[in-house]
Design a protein around this ligand. Structure first.
Ligand code: G3H
Ligand code: 13P
Ligand code: ZN
Length: 328
């Protein structure tokens, strides 16, 4: 059944677990996620970015969402818009059947320039006012994602802030978070504490200097009833880097967010954990491997099936690690 983000995260808060939000762009990813959720009896969040919407077409996405809820009727699924950049994008997502939208007003609509307070509160409140009338949930974001090591936003990944950012911008201010939630009435709040999108988050195993989990703890103390969201939460597992590189890939050495840090977040109000890169890597590793081992092969199913299986395996791991398993 399709449920809203608010319904799902309220249940998660009551029962002390986190819910991974996995990105999809195509049928294989949707089926891989649902197979994982169904085999573990777990609720799940499927999210699509603006890029996914233009890649797959809103109508295709809508029917894919309908299809997975029909195939797996027993699994609660929240269908969420990832990083909406304006009220218009959020509205068309709602029309396309999404039960939850992110209005990311931490950046201006160009997706590059950090926004000021009144812009962010203004666009976010416009969306919550509208979405809540129809029973749709809203995630907002305060603070800009980017690296505390380099001060750079994650523009190299194709989205995110451009150029150098200050620590003030890269770390959500807890007092401002309280004001932001009060003024916008968002159902969930994404915060910045040193993670960024993509595979190249940290040049070393992160410690408190570059992954500020203490900011989450402080925000949770001040906002115990607000569901917190961690973006850029792929762990970028070493073994997936190795499979890719052993089969012709060229990923530079890198670190992601350790699962243990996410588990610490879940103890302090983190309820939604966004993961895309890990699944991209899981699929790409298998596609590379099948094509390298079988250069004569040209049936897409021969590499897409192992790719789906690798994604299902990754999703199952996270559903177990975040205690989502068994909560459906
Ligand atoms: O926001 C980041 C997600 O990984 C989606 O990425 O915008 O390339 O679809 P995308
Ligand atoms: P990753 O790039 O770490 O998977 O983050 C995904 C994300 O935050 C989507 O909004
Ligand atoms: Zn994100």
């Amino acid at each position: 059944a399709r449920i809203t983000l608010r319904q799902l995260l309220d249940h998660a808060a009551e029962h002390d677990y986190g819910v991974p939000a996995f990105n999809i762009n195509n049928m294989e990813q949707a089926l891989a996620i649902m197979e994982a959720a169904s085999s573990l009896d777990a609720p799940v969040i499927i999210q699509a970015s603006r890029g996914a919407r233009s890649y797959a077409n809103d109508i295709m996405l809508k029917h894919m969402m309908d299809a997975v809820t029909e195939i797996y009727p027993q699994i609660p699924v929240c269908v969420h818009l990832d990083h909406g950049n304006g009220p218009d994008t959020c509205m068309t997502a709602i029309q396309a059947g999404f039960t939850s939208v992110m209005m990311d007003g931490s950046l201006k609509a160009d997706g590059k320039s950090p926004a000021d307070w009144s812009y962010n509160v203004g666009v976010t409140k416009t969306v919550t006012d509208m979405a809540h009338l129809g029973g749709i949930s809203v995630e907002g974001e305060l603070g800009v994602l980017g690296s505390l090591e380099t001060g750079m936003g994650d523009k190299e990944d194709g989205h995110g802030a451009e150029g150098k950012l200050s620590h003030d911008q890269l770390l959500t201010n807890p007092d401002e978070a309280v004001k932001f939630v009060r003024e916008t009435k968002v159902d969930a709040l994404a915060i910045a504490m040193g993670t960024s999108h993509g595979a190249y988050k940290f040049t070393r195993k992160p410690d408190g200097d570059i992954l500020a989990m203490n900011v989450i703890e402080e925000i949770h103390r001040k906002l115990p009833n607000t569901h917190l969201v961690m973006h850029g939460s792929s762990s970028v597992p070493q073994d997936l880097q190795e499979i890719i590189n052993a089969n012709g890939g060229k990923m530079k050495p890198t670190w992601g967010v350790p699962v243990s840090e996410i588990q610490r977040g879940i103890k302090h109000g983190v309820r939604k954990i966004n993961i895309d890169t890990d699944n991209r890597m899981a699929m790409t590793g298998q596609i590379r491997k099948v094509l390298k081992d079988n250069p004569e092969e040209f049936d897409p199913r021969k590499y897409l099936k192992p790719a789906m299986e690798a994604m299902t395996k990754l999703c199952k791991q996270r559903l177990q690690e975040f205690n989502t398993a068994g909560q459906a």
